[in-house]
Design a protein around this ligand. Structure first.
Ligand code: FMN
Length: 439
């Protein structure tokens, strides 16, 4: 069975089973045959006679991007995380207040260096992401704002309007990142006593309600297991008609709900083999849900960068010493005697850390152990070139969104903007040029 779906205007995605003929894509390019080459569990292939290098992400799915002139558009976008004050994990301050000047300096730095998104994270003890997001929107030009949202904190009709309000205020720059909730204790601290499996079921209902609220001109009723309302009418529409929905997590339930419903699926940085497996799981769930498209993959790292690889490794060990010392003083993200984390994503990171410190080119795990895997904690260590090549390895696997934030937040963001982003973007251009040469 062949199916074709249009994504963004220049992007064409086609699906077909192995061994079936690939349909000609719309546009100027004519594809006549495809050759599969084995590439671990996934496949990388080249189209003969066409001008396309295709990244085949699962045996059943071929995806590629076309530009009008026949170049391949291998894309990657960059995400960072919003910081509201100068406190960081190297020099932490206990419960720091917002420093508005720092917040704006940080956000503008990301915007000016060409980061595409900033995540405004959520924690039960921390600031309101909507207010922070609105402030960033008012003081930046292009950067998109990813609002982290736990369904237990806001009724879905209220969330639909809040997100659409921010979307209108920001000129269509809003994305929502859903957190079903990985820890029962953290959820209970804000009144949520559902077990995790049901939190994911509730998230499914929530996403369906938001999408309906964004695109329904008429009042509608909803009657589900977790939400029930009558005749809700929404006059606050997102600028593009909808808002991209992201889901993060590494449990079966996360793959199922995110694979079925998300536009973006967020992962923490694992080695290439494990990342490839996770991507395959997400794509399989998307196919199982009958989708003709798939979530775009977001992978998160904490690069430790310096002029040379040697200098970066020295900096990495200084960073690790600071993380350990701060945790011993009770200033770490995890308490000194923290329990084993409840969320699968953190458990996976700790299991990989137990197998070794360095994976692939430069993926470094001692920062995971030092922080009890509290959130995205895997480092990439090296010169800007090493970091860029490592990131490109993940782009080649099919990751389109790369989140990088450091341990010395503002200085790292500046270093990434100056030295890493341009090298990754050069690497993407080189891939397009190599493809053209191949044709
Ligand atoms: C990219 C990414 C960003 C995340 N941001 C947050 C966040 O801001 N706040 C939060 O509590 N959890 C965040 N999480 C954590 C997971 O969404 C959360 O632990 C999930 O509900 C359960 O994880 P599990 O399915 O792996 O067990 C994030 C996860 C990922 C992959």
């Amino acid at each position: 069975m062949l199916s074709a779906g249009m994504g963004r205007s220049a992007k064409v995605e086609l699906r077909c089973g192995r061994g079936q003929a690939i349909p000609d894509p719309p546009g100027q390019l004519m594809l006549r045959s495809i050759k599969f080459g084995n590439f671990g569990n996934s496949f990388r292939s080249q189209i003969r006679k066409g001008k396309i290098l295709a990244y085949v992400i699962s045996p059943n799915t071929v995806s590629w991007s076309l530009l009008q002139d026949g170049r391949v558009d291998v894309t990657a976008e960059f995400i960072s995380v919003t910081f509201t004050n100068p406190s960081n994990e190297i020099n932490p301050v206990r419960d720091p207040a917002i420093d508005p000047a720092f917040l704006l300096r940080y956000a503008r730095t990301l915007d000016e260096y060409g980061f595409n998104y900033t995540l405004v994270p959520y924690a039960s003890s921390s600031f309101d992401p909507f207010t922070i997001g609105a402030t960033i929107a008012a003081h930046t030009r292009d950067i998109k704002i990813i609002i982290a949202l736990r369904p237990n904190t806001l009724y879905p009709t209220v969330a639909a309007k809040a997100l659409a309000t921010l979307d209108q205020l920001s000129g269509g720059r809003v994305v929502v990142h859903f957190i079903a909730g990985g820890s029962d204790a953290e959820q209970a601290s804000e009144g949520d006593f559902l077990p995790k499996e049901e939190r994911y079921e509730r998230l499914e209902e929530y996403i369906r309600i938001l999408r309906r609220a964004w695109n329904s001109a008429e009042p509608f009723d909803f009657s589900g297991k977790y939400y029930r309302f009558k005749q809700f009418r929404n006059a606050v529409r997102p600028i593009a008609g909808t808002i991209p929905v992201s889901v993060g997590g590494s449990s079966d339930a996360a793959y199922r709900v995110g694979g079925a419903l998300a536009d973006i699926f967020g992962l923490w940085g694992e080695p290439l083999a494990e990342t490839r497996e996770q991507i395959a799981r997400i794509h399989a769930e998307a196919a199982r849900a009958g989708r003709t498209d798939r979530p775009r993959i977001w992978v998160t790292f904490r690069p430790i960068v310096a002029e040379t690889d040697d200098l970066a490794w020295a900096k990495a060990h200084r960073t690790l010493d600071a993380l350990n010392a701060n945790r011993a003083k009770g200033l770490g993200r995890a308490p000194a005697a923290a329990a084993h984390p409840a969320n699968v994503g953190s458990q996976r990171l700790l299991a990989i850390a137990a197998r070794g410190d360095v994976h692939d080119r430069a993926l470094w795990y001692p920062t995971v152990t030092a922080t009890n895997a509290s959130g995205a904690t895997t480092a990439l260590v090296g010169s800007p070139r090493t970091i860029a090549e490592s990131i490109l390895d993940y782009v080649d696997l099919g990751a389109e969104l790369i989140s990088i934030r450091g341990y010395d937040n503002l200085n790292d963001a500046i270093d990434y903007g100056r030295y890493v982003l341009p090298l990754v973007r050069d690497g993407l251009d080189r891939r397009a040029v190599e493809t053209r040469a191949y044709a």
